[in-house]
Design a binder for this molecule. Structure first.
Ligand SMILES: Cc1ncc(COP(=O)(O)O)c(C=O)c1O
Length: 296
């Protein structure tokens, strides 16, 4: 990863290599942290953070699922993110706020452990380069009755790590996880979209997948381009009979899928239309969506 100079931690800006924590940090042992992945873009009118308020709302929702009281307000964190981008002179890049149960308490109930918050920023090119070769994972997405699968909690990502390792071992770029009922869920860090007969389909939000902010943006962009968008359960068969497939996510942005298991997808026409529109928006070139940009 590409380092920057400063990390914001518990209200202070410290040098990148000095942003350290104790080995008995609760979250390190038990996965009791919540985080966000956000992007800032260099627009014609300066750097803007994409849908920052929505990311902060999701961070607070995630914290609430762990009964974690974040010791800063949304507005304070919003300001701290902008400050961290500015001090690092980062015009475009990735923003990673994390709130976690820290030192002071071992045992599973985190009550009594200190709550820490850190904000790091760094340059991070699109996570999936070009078109993705995807396999259907042998792991299923975490069950919503086992964990709050619609929240961004650090411990949940072991499920994503296992699916990613499996995909790399089998020479794929990425995996796709089904849910506990055998329907299509999502990638390890991306939501999935299907294009079929000019209609755009994506799995519904039934607390089994992360409510992606790029997913929501794509739904709005596609409707704005006059496509029908349907949030519905999708079977593997529908997926393999699709005209086009693509992933969405802050890190991956909009990534066309060229292969799913043994099936190849050569057509990315509608995916590319949506992607072009998304690119215009994040670069501040479409005034209709300017409210999605929070200028630094
Ligand atoms: C499991 C999972 N699904 C989907 C996404 C995409 O969400 P977003 O578009 O908000 O980045 C992410 C990334 O945050 C994720 O981790």
């Amino acid at each position: 990863m590409q380092e920057t100079e400063y990390i914001w931690i518990n209200g202070n800006l410290v040098k990148w290599h000095e942003a350290k924590i104790h080995v008995l940090t609760h979250a390190l042992h038990y996965g009791s942290g919540v985080f966000e992945g956000i992007r800032a873009y260099d627009t014609g009118k300066g750097t803007a953070v994409f849908r920052l308020k929505d990311h902060l709302n999701r961070l607070f929702d995630s914290a609430e699922s762990l009964k974690m009281k974040i010791p800063y307000s949304r507005e304070e964190i919003r300001k701290a993110i902008k400050e961290t981008l500015k001090i690092n002179n980062l015009k475009e890049g990735y923003v990673r706020p994390i709130v976690f149960y820290g030192y002071g308490k071992m045992g599973l109930n985190p009550e009594g452990a200190e709550i820490n918050i850190a904000i790091s920023v760094w340059p991070w090119p699109q996570y999936i380069e070009g078109e993705a070769k995807v396999m259907i994972s042998s792991y299923i997405r975490i069950h919503p009755q086992s964990l709050h699968a619609d929240r961004k909690v650090t411990g949940h990502y072991v499920n994503s790590i296992l699916a990613s390792i499996e995909a790399k071992e089998k020479d794929f770029d990425e995996s796709l996880l089904l849910d506990y009922e055998g329907n299509v869920a999502e990638g390890p860090g991306e939501n999935i979209f299907v294009v079929k007969n000019n209609k755009i389909l994506t799995p519904p939000l039934r607390k089994q997948i992360l409510p992606g902010i790029t997913r929501d943006s794509v739904i709005k962009i596609a409707k704005g381009l006059h496509y029908d968008v349907l949030e519905k359960d999708i079977s593997v068969k529908e997926l393999k009979n699709a005209d086009e497939l693509f992933f969405t996510g802050t890190a991956a942005e909009i990534a066309p899928i060229s292969q799913l298991d043994e099936v190849f997808f050569k057509n990315h026409e509608i995916t590319n239309k949506i992607k072009d529109s998304f690119k215009e928006i994040i670069k501040g070139k479409n005034p209709r969506y300017e409210e999605w940009l929070d200028f630094v």
